[in-house]
Design a protein around this ligand. Structure first.
Ligand code: SF4
Length: 325
C-alpha cells in the first residue's frame, strides 16, 4: 500500500478549528427527534435503536415506540412480547429484549432516576462506554466525548491525518477537545462531529470541497487523491465487502421473529408450519436446522419453545411449538 502523504500543518489553531465546526453545526445540524429532549430515557431508547440501524429507519419508529412505552416504568412493566412487537421493523431484535431488561434494572436500581455519571450508568447491563457517554452528555450535559463511528472518523481525519491512529491517541484527542470547549457546548460539539461525519466527511466518499474545515484538514489532500481512484483505494478508507444477508442465519432469524409477531398474543405455531412461513422451499428434513434457530432465539429471550429439550428426531420435532416469550 502506498503511504499517505505527510499531512500539511493546519493554518488555524486547534481551538479555532473546533469553533469553526461548532459554527457550521449551528446552520447545518440535522433535525432529529431525540435532539428535542433531555429525557435520559428517550435518549437511551434512541441510542439503542441507532445501534446497527440507519437514522432514516429509526426516525419513523422512534416516536411510535415512545408513544407505546413513554417511561422507564411503562417499558419495565410491559410484557416482553409487546416490546418485541413494537420493535418491528428495526431488526436486530435482541436489542428489544436488552432494552426491556435494562428498563427493569433501571427501575429496580434507581426507580428510573438515572445517575449522571457515565461510570455509574455502566453498572447497568446493556450500557457500554459509548451509550453511557451519550446519555451523560445529551441528557445531563456532561463534558465527555461521545465517539460513534462518524465522530471518530472526523476527529481522525481532521486533526490527526490519514495515517491509522492508535485508540489511545484518538481518545486523548477527544478528551482534549471537550476540555477546550466553551461551557455547555459538549452536546453540540459531539453532535457536530456526528453530523459532519454523516453528511460531509462520509466513510467512502467524503465531500471535501463542501467541507467547512477543508482549509485546515490534515486529510483533505489525501482524501482528494483517494476519491480520484476510489475503486482501487486501499488502507484505512477501503470499501467494506458486505456478506450476503439474504439466506443467512440472521435473515431467517429475523423472518422467524416476524412470523411470531404476527401471531395473536399468547398463541404458538407448530415448528413445521413456522418453517413453511419463513422459507418457501422448506422441507421437513430442515426441521433440525429450524429448531436450532428457534433454540438460539429462545436463549436470547426472543422466542419461547414449547417442547422438552434435547429433541433431535424429525418425528419429535414435529410436536414442537413456538411463540413469543
Ligand atoms: S476536508 Fe474532507 S476529510 Fe477533512 S474533515 Fe472535511 S470532509 Fe473530512
Amino acid at each position: 500500500m502506498k503511504r499517505p502523504p505527510k499531512p500539511p500543518e493546519p493554518r488555524s489553531s486547534f481551538r479555532e478549528r473546533m469553533l469553526r465546526l461548532l459554527a457550521w453545526y449551528q446552520g447545518a445540524q440535522r433535525d432529529l427527534p431525540w435532539r428535542h429532549t433531555r429525557d435520559p430515557y428517550a435518549i437511551l431508547v434512541a441510542e439503542v435503536m441507532l445501534q446497527q440501524t440507519q437514522v432514516s429507519r429509526v426516525v419513523p419508529r422512534y416516536d411510535q415506540f415512545l408513544a407505546c412505552f413513554p417511561t422507564w416504568h411503562a417499558l419495565a412493566d410491559a410484557p416482553v412480547a409487546d416490546v418485541i412487537r413494537a420493535w418491528e421493523p428495526l431488526g436486530y431484535n435482541r436489542r428489544a429484549v436488552r432494552l426491556h431488561r435494562l428498563a427493569q434494572a433501571a427501575v429496580h436500581r434507581w426507580d428510573g432516576d438515572l445517575p449522571h455519571e457515565p461510570e455509574l450508568l455502566r453498572c447497568l447491563e446493556g450500557i457500554g462506554p459509548y451509550t453511557a457517554a451519550a446519555v451523560a452528555c445529551f441528557a445531563f450535559g456532561a463534558p465527555v466525548p461521545v465517539l460513534d463511528t462518524n465522530a471518530r472518523r472526523v476527529l481522525l481525519r481532521l486533526f490527526l491525518g490519514p495515517a491509522k491512529a492508535q485508540e489511545r491517541e484518538l481518545r486523548a484527542l477527544a478528551q482534549e477537545a471537550v476540555a477546550a470547549l466553551p461551557e455547555g457546548q459538549a452536546p453540540a460539539w459531539n453532535q457536530a462531529l456526528m453530523d459532519l461525519g454523516a453528511t460531509v466527511c462520509t466513510s467512502r466518499k467524503p465531500l471535501c470541497p463542501r467541507c467547512p474545515l477543508r482549509a485546515d484538514c490534515r486529510s483533505a489532500l489525501w482524501m482528494q487523491r483517494a476519491n480520484e481512484r476510489v475503486a482501487e483505494a486501499r488502507g484505512p478508507y477501503r470499501a467494506l465487502r458486505l456478506k450476503p444477508f439474504r439466506g443467512s442465519s440472521r435473515y431467517y432469524r429475523g423472518r422467524i421473529v416476524h412470523q411470531l409477531r404476527l401471531l395473536p398474543p399468547g398463541e404458538s405455531v407448530a415448528l413445521e408450519e413456522l418453517g413453511t412461513r419463513v422459507k418457501t422451499t422448506f422441507a421437513v428434513t430442515e426441521l433440525p436446522w429450524l429448531y436450532r434457530l428457534v433454540a438460539t432465539l429462545e436463549r436470547e429471550g426472543l422466542a419461547r419453545v414449547e417442547a422438552a429439550s434435547g429433541l433431535t428426531l424429525n418425528s419429535e420435532l414435529g410436536h414442537v411449538r413456538v411463540r413469543l416469550p
